[in-house]
Design a protein around this ligand. Structure first.
Ligand code: AKG
Ligand code: FE2
Length: 235
C-alpha cells in the first residue's frame, strides 16, 4: 500500500489561516463569522477612505406607511444593468465600482475568503454614533432570490448585531392543540448576538433571510463612527 505523504504547506495568504466560526441556525440557515478578516491598519485605511470619499446620504424611508429619516447614512454601489434595488419606498442611485477603486480591492478580498461567491452589489451604511441604528428587518427582497448569501464587513466602532428568529406562522391545520405542544423540540436558540469588531466579516447564508430578522440596535456608549459594507448578489 502506498502512503501519500503530505508536505506541510507554508501559508502566505493571511486569509487562509484565519479562524472562521460557523453558527448553524437550524432549518438550512447559518452564519459564518470571521472576527479577524482584515488587519487593523488595513481596515483603518479603508475606513478613512470610505468616510471621506463615499457620497453618503440620509434618505427618507417609509415604514408602516409613515415617512422617517433613515437612522444612518447610506450609499449603494452595483454593477450596471442589474435590477434596481428598492427598499422601504426608497430607490438608491447605483454608483459604479470604478468610482471608488478601494471597493474593488475589498470585494476581491471578500471573494477570496468566500469560495464560490460572486457579489455584484454593495449597500454601505455609516453609523455616526450610538443613536444611529438599523431596525429589525430581513434582506428578503425578491431580486436576491430565496437563499441569498450576504457578506457584512465592519470598520470602526464595535456594535452588536442581533439575529432573531421570525415568529412561527399560525397553524392552518385547524387543530385545537396548543402550538407549543406541536412544535418539535429544538436545541437551537432563537436569538444570537455577534459583536462586530473592526475588520470582522459576518456572512448570512441559506434561509437566514426567510426565517430570521436582524438589527444593529442603538447603543448609548457607542460614540464613534462605524462603517458597514454588505455585499449581495442580484440575480
Ligand atoms: O450594519 C450592519 O451590520 C447591518 C446592516 C444591514 O443589516 C443592512 O444593510 O441590511
Ligand atoms: Fe440587513
Amino acid at each position: 500500500m502506498s502512503v501519500l505523504k503530505l508536505k506541510p504547506v507554508s501559508v502566505s495568504n493571511v486569509n487562509e489561516t484565519i479562524k472562521t466560526e460557523t453558527v448553524d441556525l437550524g432549518n438550512g440557515s447559518d452564519v459564518v463569522f470571521i472576527q479577524r478578516f482584515a488587519p487593523s491598519d488595513q481596515s483603518w485605511n479603508w475606513f478613512n477612505y470610505l468616510d471621506k470619499h463615499i457620497p453618503w446620504t440620509r434618505p427618507n424611508i417609509r415604514v408602516f406607511g409613515k415617512s422617517f429619516l433613515q437612522p444612518r447614512d447610506t450609499c449603494y454601489v452595483a454593477t450596471p444593468g442589474l435590477t434596481e434595488l428598492s427598499y422601504s419606498g426608497y430607490q438608491p442611485h447605483a454608483y459604479s465600482w470604478d468610482d471608488y477603486p478601494p471597493l474593488q480591492q475589498i470585494l476581491d478580498a471578500v471573494h477570496k475568503a468566500l469560495p464560490g461567491s460572486s457579489f455584484n452589489s454593495l449597500l454601505l451604511n455609516r453609523y455616526r454614533g450610538g443613536n444611529d441604528y438599523v431596525g429589525w428587518h430581513a434582506d428578503d427582497e425578491k431580486l436576491y432570490g430565496p437563499t441569498p448569501e450576504i457578506a457584512s464587513l465592519s470598520f470602526g466602532c464595535e456594535r452588536d448585531f442581533v439575529l432573531k428568529k421570525k415568529p412561527c406562522k399560525k397553524s392552518t391545520d385547524g387543530s385545537d392543540e396548543p402550538a407549543r405542544k406541536r412544535i418539535k423540540k429544538s436545541s437551537h436558540a432563537d436569538q444570537h448576538t455577534f459583536r462586530l469588531k473592526h475588520g470582522s466579516l459576518l456572512v448570512m447564508r441559506g434561509f437566514t433571510q426567510r426565517d430570521w430578522i436582524h438589527s444593529v440596535p442603538k447603543r448609548a456608549k457607542a460614540e464613534a463612527t462605524r462603517i458597514n459594507l454588505t455585499f449581495r448578489r442580484v440575480l
